[in-house]
Design a binder for this molecule. Structure first.
Ligand SMILES: [Zn+2]
Length: 309
């Protein structure tokens, strides 16, 4: 199993990451952290309430204000947006010094989530350039991995990422590591998808609130014959759901599961034959709006031109 920790907000990095770092160290479990590099505009997500009925439902079901706090819920609207990664460069470096992988989770998480398809090539290029520049400012060297905010990508973002020579990205939901077929081309960069539903999706859609029921649910989904990638959130598992996550980790360890950083997985599978798959857009229970998903296997060849009449 690979634990992927998404860090979307200022408070998630400040409070959730140290809590998760301690928990993972106590349990001798490795993990990969992906941190938003730009401003925390979480408050702007509130605008989605007016555009997307699913989002309001999710806000209520997951008790967003209780989970995130008013400072985060209003960040970037009534209150100024605070930086995420750049506010805590020492913590970022400490994470890596303690043996965790640290990668890029976009620049402005809310902008990527809400506007990806409207940013155009220059807009996406700017989001990526700013994010990777911030990473370099913190670590003094370039980032090797990227996880798309909100599991959203498009042909432009994948193509631009592909030109950066990353070890891998983890942008979509899916089944197995693969290479992406985009507009008739097979991209070089390995994609390692998230394979399990996130806890906030499960809480939001299945009504599993009891700790034991949640752990049982995940154990039921866990595959012994494949790589399992579980995305958690600094704001959720690092906050109100820390106990659930601890119990899940202990139950997996009791089952004999081993934990690996995603960059180590990328290294292990790099030489193996890799399926080539399309990327499709789909919906997952408990999450508002679309996510990018591993599609069926593709030859990577362009679709044949329709014959002239
Ligand atoms: Zn995120």
């Amino acid at each position: 199993m690979a634990i992927k920790v998404d860090v979307d907000t200022h408070d998630g990095l400040k409070n959730g990451v140290p809590a998760l770092m301690r928990l993972l160290e106590q349990e001798h479990v490795s993990g990969s952290f992906f941190v938003a590099m730009g401003p925390d505009n979480s408050g702007k997500a509130i605008r989605r309430v007016f555009r997307n009925r699913g989002f309001l439902g999710k806000m209520l079901r997951t008790r967003a204000v209780a989970t995130y706090g008013w400072r985060t819920v209003l960040s970037g609207t009534l209150l100024p947006a605070r930086p995420v990664a750049l506010a805590f460069p020492d913590l970022m470096r400490e994470l890596r010094a303690r043996g965790f992988e640290v990668g890029v989770h976009g620049y402005d998480h809310v902008r990527w989530h809400d506007e990806l398809d409207h940013l155009g090539e220059s807009g996406i290029r700017a989001e990526l350039a700013d994010a990777f520049e911030a990473y370099r400012a913190i670590f003094g060297e370039p980032a090797q991995s990227f996880a798309a905010p909100a599991w959203r990508d498009n042909a432009l973002s994948l193509t631009l990422l592909d030109s950066m020579g990353l070890k891998y990205h983890s942008d979509v939901r899916g089944r197995t590591p693969f290479r992406c077929a985009v507009e008739g081309r097979v991209l070089a960069t390995l994609e390692i998808p998230t394979t399990l539903p996130t806890l906030d999706e499960v809480l939001g859609s299945r009504g599993l609130k009891d700790l034991r029921a949640l752990v049982r649910f995940y154990l039921g989904l866990f595959r012994d014959d494949a790589l399992n990638v579980h995305t958690i959130h600094a704001e959720i598992e690092g906050g109100p759901c820390l106990d659930v996550f601890r119990e899940l980790v202990r139950a997996l360890k009791a089952r004999g599961v081993t934990f690996h950083r995603l960059d180590a997985v990328a290294q292990q599978v790099a030489a193996l034959p890799m399926p080539v798959c399309d990327i499709v857009r789909s919906f997952v229970a408990g999450r508002a709006g679309w996510v990018a998903m591993q599609g069926s296997e593709s030859t990577g060849a362009p679709a044949p031109e329709p014959e002239a009449a």
